[in-house]
Design a protein around this ligand. Structure first.
Ligand SMILES: C[S@@+](CC[C@H](N)C(=O)[O-])C[C@H]1O[C@@H](n2cnc3c(N)ncnc32)[C@H](O)[C@@H]1O
Length: 251
């Protein structure tokens, strides 16, 4: 708790991101990772392998971009730095461990950017910009690393505090994710999309409820898929486990 508080106070973070909860969220993810490290290990390894498989299929190796690089838990950074001339790690903010990891490689750059284009505009009723160029999108390979469903998460929480209706918020979330998928599809190079496509509430070995985090959007035929035990009990609930179905898709 004390470590989280110190990180919160000492991490440079622009006010609009703090206000929306981006810093809280990434610090919370770091703490959950520490508590659930063993349960997360297969998912993180599968993600890293999916990224390396996409890199192996990329003939030109001038530049790779990782969108949603975050804590670099699912990013095979040393391997990408060895394979590509340049590695761009894009996230709204980079905590100290990620900054330290990036400094170990002369060809790795951190880019602080909003991939969605909505963070600074939530007070403006304009909604989701119809078309958006992704930061560092000129790469030979762009990886969207467990980012898609996170794009609407905090903006939607903000809108729900403003008492927007559930339908308005769901439509906004869907539009934001569709915009990301369309922007990835327009890129000139290869794309590796890693995202969860189903949330499961489980009791014992049984799934008792499922939720579609993509609000009906589809992402194409997976090259690989696996389950992520994101919150084994008692992380969120004493009786229920939360599990995600995750896919890796080449675009
Ligand atoms: C679930 S984490 C991805 C895991 C990450 N690849 C890792 O290994 O730690 C989602 C990441 O997306 C970032 N993110 C969320 N919304 C974003 C946005 N609009 N633009 C850029 N990054 C964003 C968060 O800051 C977070 O680091």
């Amino acid at each position: 708790m004390l470590a989280e508080w110190i990180t919160y106070l000492t991490t440079p973070c622009p006010w609009p991101l703090r206000r929306l909860g981006y810093l809280d969220e990434v610090i919370g993810t770091q703490s959950r990772y520490r508590r659930c490290r063993a349960a997360w290990a297969p998912h993180l390894e599968n993600s890293r392998q999916a990224i390396l498989a996409a890199a192996a299929d990329t003939p030109a190796r001038r530049k790779v971009t990782v969108l949603g690089s975050g804590l670099l838990l699912d990013v095979p950074l040393a391997e990408l730095a060895a394979l590509f001339d340049e590695v761009a790690l894009v996230d709204v903010l980079h905590l100290r461990p990620a900054r330290r990891a990036a400094r170990r490689f002369s060809n790795v750059r951190l880019v602080a950017a909003d991939v969605s284009g909505v963070i600074g505009r939530l007070d403006d009723p304009g909604g989701v910009p119809p078309s958006l160029d992704l930061p560092e999108g000129d790469a030979d390979l762009v990886v969207s690393a467990n980012l898609l469903t996170q794009l609407p998460f905090l903006p939607c929480r903000w809108l729900s505090r403003r008492a927007d209706s559930e339908e308005t918020i769901a439509a906004f979330a869907r539009a934001l994710m569709r915009q990301h998928l369309q922007a990835l599809a327009r890129l000139p190079g290869g794309v590796c999309l890693i995202t969860e496509v189903e949330h499961r509430l489980c009791k014992g070995g049984d799934t008792v409820e499922t939720f579609d985090p993509l609000y009906g959007l589809t992402v194409g035929v997976p090259a690989d898929e696996w389950l992520w035990d994101i919150a084994p009990r008692p992380e969120i609930n004493r009786r229920y486990d939360v599990r995600y179905r995750v896919v890796a898709v080449g675009m």
